[in-house]
Ligand binder design. Structure first.
Ligand code: ZN
Length: 493
């Protein structure tokens, strides 16, 4: 294994360069330098490809795969690398570099298209990315639907059949629940409307990060067009947000969400720092941590018992809004266009729209032309909203522009995992006391021992069993949403 470990170190050095470049591109790098940057960035990706697909290493991994003396962790490492290598080797170096260049160019075009509400500009890139996706999948495994492969890439073990079952449950139970909530419309969301100075928002965000244990000695915080977390290493965690002067929740809950992602990677054990156990963490498990922070903890009234008076000091017009009114407002539901700003109840329906489109693209039941129109129809069908333009519709997310198909469903899955994890956490910890008395470190300690320290050294299924004692069970999520919203909007299920 020593040769593998040395090779892995070399890979991590290249990844450090590539991810720092990526972070730079998305935050501070000037637009006009993008051509020069993208060409060099692509070149470095090619170098990374060379190291990753080294034949001597590949042959050694194949040998180790048959070695029965390997311990469980090494065996898992070999399995993950072999899968990764087989997939990467399915493309020639030229194709790999060409694909990476396409992704970089598409992301740049997407940004301009979104700003100018110009889907026509982006559409040819999207179609090319879909074609590339199909081509890559065919090379990897000709006998299986491309979308099956992609779903498994983002969430190991997930299949179309499993997601179909999950989303059918969402359709059966969440759509009728949403209809009742919309009919009732009894929570006054407008009560917290006002102007929120952006500098003050930044200061308040830092106070919340501090409350959550997100320490400046190993983290960095800035703004970007699309909020994200970049875990460069466990002690170099960078998160971003964006601001709206008219909406205090916009940036705040984005920050709490990204802190959840960041805390996960920071609390990976030292041994897995820079290894595939850090890079191969599945999207669903990652998202369960951000959703846990954002919704299950961050929208909890006990969270606000510690923090609401500070928010009121920063923004005195909130002094006329009591904590119960504020927390109701923070938890209220209103169908809208943008996924990242969606409330907990409509969120899985935003994902359902994307899931059905992706599934349709790859089984060819949906044409790749005019996907913006399909998008708008599905938004009407499931959320009953009329999307006014493509910037608020199909152009809102960066994922497809970066070639990530099959990523979205893991978001809804993450919310459902989080419900199951939260259910166990409440049995083992006094969450109420912890949140209202500033003891968040106890939650971080619990998460480190149950989930964070393992990274991808355990499969998602193993992690869930380890943390909650049972396999994934979506009923916790459905029950949580039904219970929460029927109480908040005062009706019987
Ligand atoms: Zn996230």
């Amino acid at each position: 294994m020593e040769v593998i470990n040395n090779w892995e170190f070399k890979l991590s050095a290249y990844r450090l360069a590539l991810s720092t470049l990526g972070f730079d591109t998305q935050t501070i790098a000037p637009k006009d330098g993008s051509k020069y940057r993208n060409e060099r960035h692509s070149f470095l990706s090619g170098e990374y490809y060379n190291i990753l697909t080294d034949d001597t290493i590949y042959n050694r991994l194949l040998k180790l795969d048959k070695d029965s003396s390997l311990n469980k962790t090494d065996k898992r490492k070999v399995t993950l690398y072999l899968k990764n290598l087989k997939d990467t080797k399915s493309l020639s170096k030229e194709e790999y570099v060409e694909y990476n260049k396409l992704v970089l160019d598409s992301s740049d075009v997407w940004e301009v298209a979104r700003e100018n509400n110009d889907y026509e500009l982006f559409e040819p890139y999207l179609i090319k990315l879909i074609e590339y996706g199909k081509k890559i999948a065919k090379k990897r495994n000709n006998n299986i639907n491309a979308y099956e492969l992609f779903l498994d890439d983002y969430e190991e073990g997930m299949t179309i059949q499993k997601y179909d079952e999950f989303f059918n449950l969402i359709k059966e139970r969440i759509i009728p629940l949403l209809k009742k909530v919309v009919q009732k419309n009894s929570v006054n969301k407008g009560i917290i409307k006002g102007v929120y100075d952006i500098d003050k928002q930044k200061e308040f965000n830092k106070i919340i990060m501090n409350y959550l244990g997100f320490d400046e000695s190993w983290s960095y915080f800035t703004t970007s067009a699309h909020p994200f977390t970049s875990g460069i290493s466990k002690n170099d965690i960078r998160i971003t947000t964006r601001y709206d002067e008219k909406d205090i929740l916009y940036s705040l809950y984005g920050v709490i969400h990204e802190v959840g992602h960041g805390m996960y990677e920071h609390q990976n054990s030292d041994e897995i720092n820079g290894t595939i156990f850090n890079t191969a963490i599945t999207s669903g498990i990652h998202e369960s941590q951000s959703r846990l922070f954002e919704n299950y903890l961050g929208r909890n009234i006990n969270f606000w018992k510690s923090n609401y008076h500070i928010l009121q000091d920063y923004f005195p017009h909130l002094k006329s809004v009591n904590i119960n009114e504020f927390v109701s407002s923070v938890n209220s539901c209103e169908p809208s266009f943008i996924r990242t700003e969606a409330d907990e109840l409509t969120y899985p329906l935003h994902i359902l729209v994307r899931y059905e489109i992706e599934k349709g693209i790859f089984d060819s039941s949906i044409k790749t032309e005019n996907l913006n129109k399909v998008w708008n129809l599905k938004m009407k069908q499931y959320l009953n909203v009329d999307v006014p333009n493509d910037s608020l519709g199909i152009l809102q997310d960066v994922h497809w522009a970066s070639g990530s198909f099959g990523y979205f469903p893991a978001y809804a899955l993450g919310s459902a995992y989080a419900a199951q994890i939260f259910n166990t956490m409440k049995k083992e910890l006094n969450v109420e006391d912890i949140l209202s008395n500033n003891k968040f470190n106890l939650i971080n300690d619990w998460l480190r021992e149950k989930i964070h320290k393992f990274g991808a050294s355990l499969t998602p299924q193993e992690l869930l069993i380890n943390a909650t004692g049972e396999e994934f069970n979506p009923i916790y999520y459905i029950n949580y949403l039904e219970d929460k919203y029927s109480k908040l909007y005062n009706f019987e299920i």
